[in-house]
Design a protein. Structure first.
Length: 152
């Protein structure tokens, strides 16, 4: 199986929205509003300052994805890339698809002077994901996340 990594385009928005809905159901048992979700994916493509998606493709079919968003760090005078909306189709899991996506992003980040690091968050109960991230060299931080969600 030959896998390629590329920046996603608006033409991928339907597949990305589908993957995001599947991820929310799998990881948090959430049923997302599909209309809102699709609009959110398209909004990112309409305004690249919000972030960007990368997809993994096998034989012309999108089989995985991740989204990058940006966080300015005044402490580091640089930008963190936040990895979000990670999803790999079930039949392709364990075959290195996410590792290829991650290594691609890591390489891009390391070759830029304005990117100071990569970050992501993971569900506490998702041991497989935590193990994957640690194998790739990521470390658990001392931070916890808090939020107020005005939409869900």
């Amino acid at each position: 199986m030959h896998i390629t990594i590329r920046p996603a385009t608006m033409a991928d928005s339907g597949r990305i929205a589908e993957f995001n809905a599947l991820m929310a159901k799998e990881t948090e048992n959430l049923e997302l509003d599909r209309v809102r979700l699709h609009a959110g994916v398209e909004a990112l493509f309409q305004d690249p300052s919000r972030g960007l998606y990368y997809v993994a493709e096998a034989d012309g079919k999108v089989i995985g994805q991740l989204m990058l968003t940006y966080e300015w760090s005044d402490w580091r005078n640089g930008t963190f890339w936040w990895i979000q909306s990670v999803y790999v189709e079930k039949e392709f899991r364990g075959k290195g698809v996410f590792r290829m996506l991650y290594r691609h992003i890591e390489s891009l980040a390391r070759n830029r002077n304005d990117i100071c690091g990569l970050r992501l968050y993971v569900e506490h109960h998702n041991a497989a994901a935590r193990e994957t991230y640690e194998r790739l060299g990521m470390k658990k931080t001392h931070y916890e996340m808090y939020e107020i969600d005005f939409v869900m």
